[in-house]
Design a protein around this ligand. Structure first.
Ligand SMILES: *[C@@H]1O[C@H](CO)[C@@H](O)[C@H](O)[C@H]1NC(C)=O
Length: 529
């Protein structure tokens, strides 16, 4: 009897534990389609964290793991790589065209990424399988029709934005981003704009909106229909996305409006520092004057720098005692003795070293966040995309000096170096920012996981959704109301004008008649009959 009872107890416990496991572990599909290190990093960090917390994660991405990770199943879409490499060749040429150029690149990139992702054998196999998911997290980068994959599995969608809330994602949630105080992320303005800057910002933002509504969205609608077997339209699914996680935070981004389903998790991608190689550790530890870290990221290779720029940089480095750690793919370089060149280095872990005095970067969002996270001031050499606005914001917040690539000379680069190294202002400001970034109720990565689980628990969390998503863009922007009012005022003015004119004419005629008759009286001396 006793024995039986323990057995029963045991099985109850087992059943209970199993139910408990089942409730806590969800099936999550994470998708990232752009073969670029920064996009991948963002999605991977999240997928890995979810897997570490024992969710069953399937991960559609272009860089499958070499050694498998527990609870994380790769679904490789390496097919997108050659296509994107081809498009990259046009980056520089179209880059010259400013915003129009970047929209043209986006269009071509977008269509190709979407088609290649849907056509990938592994994705097709997944779509034809019996799989099911509790939620689908999509790294949102000009790939709106991929919501069709989530729709196929009847799962709620969460977007993960590689940027802050901006014109690229606000429209989906109906979130306001007024051009009067929210600068265009592809521009160069900061949050304080004068009249002319606001005018230009308004024109640029309107151009982005029109381009999206008139060119991109119609294209997306066709692609959605082509690859998703459903009676629903793209709009039904896209404007129904549950939540967006943005790569932003008040410590690095402007304070702007956010609906409850827009969650800022900027800084979540930074891993706790890992042990450095002996060689690097030694180089950093022995640098009594400090070290400058110089890396232009993965999209722009250091070898793309012109000879003039390289020389200017090297001459400036030769003049200082501070050591320099330069991520450069070309080691044939005649560098001064204080400069160490490495074709690859663990950027986050190096930034965490207390001897790092300055980070010279292109100003990509992730690099900027990592610098603030570790409290390192910046010299920004912005090249394209959102780099200019990131650097402008960092300069405005007092922790960076900007030296645009096409203006870089030995003179201004040296000046920037001594400003950052010897003026304590930049370091103090970035330390302050860093403190703000770390002063949060939840760590950004915990917050990301919390909100993903919230969406799962509440089956799409429709309570977070604003009715702004139900309105067409022209209704949300009050364009229909203003047009109606404009027409009403115009028509009433016209009507009033014609009535007045008619009255005036009558009056005038009568007066004329009266005048005529009175003058006739004068001439003839007697009234007319
Ligand atoms: C919209 O989202 C809710 C919550 O996830 C879901 O129940 C509903 O089916 C979705 N509608 C469409 C058309 O996908």
């Amino acid at each position: 009897m006793f024995c039986q009872l323990t057995d029963m107890k045991l099985s109850v416990v087992t059943v209970f534990v199993c139910i408990f496991c089942h409730i806590n572990s969800s099936k999550i599909l994470v998708i990232t389609s752009m073969p670029s290190y920064s996009h991948f990093t963002l999605a991977f960090r999240l997928a890995k964290e979810l897997a570490d917390r024992e969710h069953e994660v399937s991960f559609i991405n272009p860089y499958p793991q070499k050694t498998p990770i527990k609870h994380l199943k790769d679904i490789s879409i390496e097919e997108v790589k050659p296509f994107v490499a081809e498009v990259r060749k046009t980056f520089a040429a179209l880059g010259e065209w400013g915003s129009i150029g970047s929209h043209l690149i986006d269009l071509r990139l977008s269509v190709g990424l979407i088609e290649h992702t849907f056509n990938s054998t592994n994705v097709q196999n997944l779509l034809n399988s019996e799989e099911s998911f509790d939620v689908v997290v999509i790294e949102h980068f000009i790939n709106e029709p991929l919501v069709g994959i989530a729709h196929h599995f009847k799962a709620p969608v969460i977007f993960l934005a590689p940027v802050a809330s901006c014109f690229r994602n606000n429209y989906i949630f109906g979130n306001p981003g007024p051009s009067s105080y929210v600068p265009d992320i592809l521009g160069i303005y900061t949050k304080h704009m004068n009249f002319w800057q606001r005018l230009k910002n308004f024109i640029m933002m309107s151009f982005h909106d029109l381009w999206r509504e008139l060119v991109m969205i119609p294209k997306y609608r066709t692609l959605f229909k082509k690859y998703t077997k459903t009676d629903f339209e793209l709009d039904d699914v896209l404007y129904n996305v549950s939540l967006i996680l943005t790569t932003s935070h008040p410590s690095i981004s402007d304070a702007v409006p956010h609906f409850p389903n827009i969650i800022e998790i900027g800084g979540y991608h930074v891993f706790p520092p890992k042990k450095l190689s002996e060689d690097l550790q030694d180089f950093l530890d022995t640098a009594t004057e400090g070290v400058i870290l110089f890396s232009m990221g993965s999209n722009l290779k250091s070898k793309d720098l012109t000879l003039n720029v390289r020389n200017a940089v090297l001459k400036s480095f030769a003049k200082i005692k501070v050591k320099v750690l330069w991520k450069f793919e070309d080691d044939l370089l005649e560098a001064p003795s204080n400069v160490k060149i490495m074709s690859w280095l663990p950027q986050q872990d190096v930034l965490a070293h207390p001897n790092i005095k300055c980070f010279i970067t292109h100003g990509g969002l992730l690099s900027t966040i990592e610098a603030v996270y570790h409290g390192v001031p910046l010299i920004g050499i912005p090249v394209f995309g959102d780099q200019r606005s990131n650097v402008a914001a960092a300069v405005n917040s007092g922790y960076a000096v900007s030296v645009p690539l096409d203006e870089l000379t030995e003179e201004n680069f040296s000046a920037a170096l001594s400003e950052i190294l010897y003026n304590a202002r930049y370091r103090n400001n970035v330390k302050q920012r860093s403190k703000i970034m770390h002063d949060q109720p939840l760590k950004p990565i915990d917050s990301a996981v919390y909100w993903i689980e919230h969406v799962i628990r509440h089956k799409g969390a429709v309570h977070l959704r604003s009715s702004g998503s139900d309105l067409k863009w022209y209704s949300r922007g009050m364009i229909d109301i203003l047009t109606f009012l404009g027409f009403t005022i115009l028509i009433s003015t016209l009507v009033a004008y014609s009535i007045l004119k008619a009255c005036a004419k009558k009056l005038f005629l009568r007066k004329k008649k009266a005048k005529k008759s009175s003058s006739k009286i004068k001439k003839t001396g007697q009234p007319l009959k």
